[in-house]
Design a protein around this ligand. Structure first.
Ligand code: SF4
Length: 356
């Protein structure tokens, strides 16, 4: 009975939100889905097809693999082929092109490249293979960085001297600020806000930037979009948490404290956006023995983007993937030219899968 009540109230929320969205006529509202999972879910649930012309969705920079610069792949390839390290990584990164080689092609040249499902799997691998020097590719935003720190903590507890992290972890606030002029409202990433709380969104509100924190079900996404439509018409900046079952005002102080213990802010490069101050995380000096860049004295590598790839503009919401001349021609999920076509959260792969 309770299930039935929940289903019917969810259905009526969906109907109400659909009505608000599809009947909107007025000045154009540009909404950026910051999070790659939102981009894919909005496509998968058919929400784009409900939108009237006056509501435009723009894909943003919230796909961790997509914003990881080419130089990071080059560093990982260098560690695999020149230093003989075993590289452990999430699957998407394996196919992202580097300046010359992807990790997949490095594997074909003898590099030891393994896919894992979590940083802790990498720590277990290192413990079980003491004869190998293991490097885990630590990428991701506020949501995934704590799990890299848990793996590091475990490696320290286990006294491992064959485990290190190659970090390209990033935090969202600098990107929120960098892109605020490209859009009228952010659809804030629910998973990131679950860790960071609402403070970063409130800072954006103080700068005059509107946004709604959104979940991932049809009812949550439609409600978030409908709230943006309604609130925009009121003409004042707004912030609404439409994902209260997961996101609280304070987020997860425990997860943030864990990250703070092992990592510190640093300037870092985002693919297509460039270097942004204090937008990345690096291991603190006290943990240099676990920092692959220091441990293997990595040279500075300047990555070279693939010719013709416009991932940078896609990630800033300046063009749609279909505006890239290579979309669906030279570039497809089977033969990706840029990271946005590789990642399961990438905008180019979403447009290819659902709208080609
Ligand atoms: S379609 Fe391919 S080449 Fe074009 S921007 Fe997207 S990933 Fe890059």
């Amino acid at each position: 009975m309770t299930d039935q009540v929940e289903k019917s109230s969810e259905q009526s929320a969906i109907e109400k939100a659909r009505g608000i969205i599809s009947s909107y006529r007025g000045p154009k509202i540009r909404i950026m889905e910051v999070c790659g999972t939102h981009t894919h879910e909005i496509f998968r649930q058919g929400i784009r097809s409900l939108l009237p012309e006056d509501i435009e969705l723009i894909s943003g920079p919230g796909c961790p693999v997509c914003v990881t610069p080419v130089s990071f792949i080059d560093e990982a390839v260098f560690l695999a082929l020149e230093k003989g390290c075993t590289i452990l990584t999430f699957g998407d990164l394996v196919r992202v092109p580097g300046s010359l080689l992807s990790l997949q092609t490095a594997r074909g040249k003898g590099g030891r490249i393994q896919v894992v499902y979590s940083p802790l799997d990498a720590e277990v691998y290192a413990r079980e293979h003491p004869e190998e020097q293991v490097v885990f590719l630590s990428v991701g935003f506020e949501t995934t960085t704590p799990s890299s720190c848990i793996a590091l903590e475990q490696a320290i507890d286990d006294n491992l001297d064959n485990f290190s992290l190659l970090c390209a972890n990033k935090t969202m606030p600098a990107a929120y600020r960098a892109l605020m002029n490209t859009t009228d409202a952010y659809l804030y990433p629910g998973h990131v806000c679950a860790i960071s709380g609402l403070g970063d969104c409130r800072d954006m509100l103080a700068l005059g930037m509107s946004g709604v924190v959104a979940g991932f079900t049809p009812a949550e996404l439609l409600t978030a979009l409908a709230v943006i439509v309604k609130k925009t018409q009121e003409g004042k900046p707004f912030l609404v948490n439409c994902y209260p079952r997961v996101v609280t005002e304070e987020g997860s102080p425990e997860a943030r404290a864990l990250v703070e213990k092992y990592m510190e802010p640093c300037d870092t490069r985002w693919r297509g956006i460039g270097v942004m101050e204090h937008s990345g995380l690096q291991l603190r000096d006290a943990y240099a023995a676990y920092d692959a860049r220091k441990k293997y004295d990595l040279p500075k590598i300047e990555g070279k983007e693939a010719r013709g790839c416009r991932c940078g503009e896609v990630l800033q919401g300046r063009i749609k993937p279909k505006d890239c001349p290579l979309f669906g021609k030279g570039c497809s999920p089977e033969h990706p030219v840029g990271a946005c076509m590789v990642s399961s959260e990438g905008a180019c792969s979403a447009f290819y899968l659902y709208q080609r």
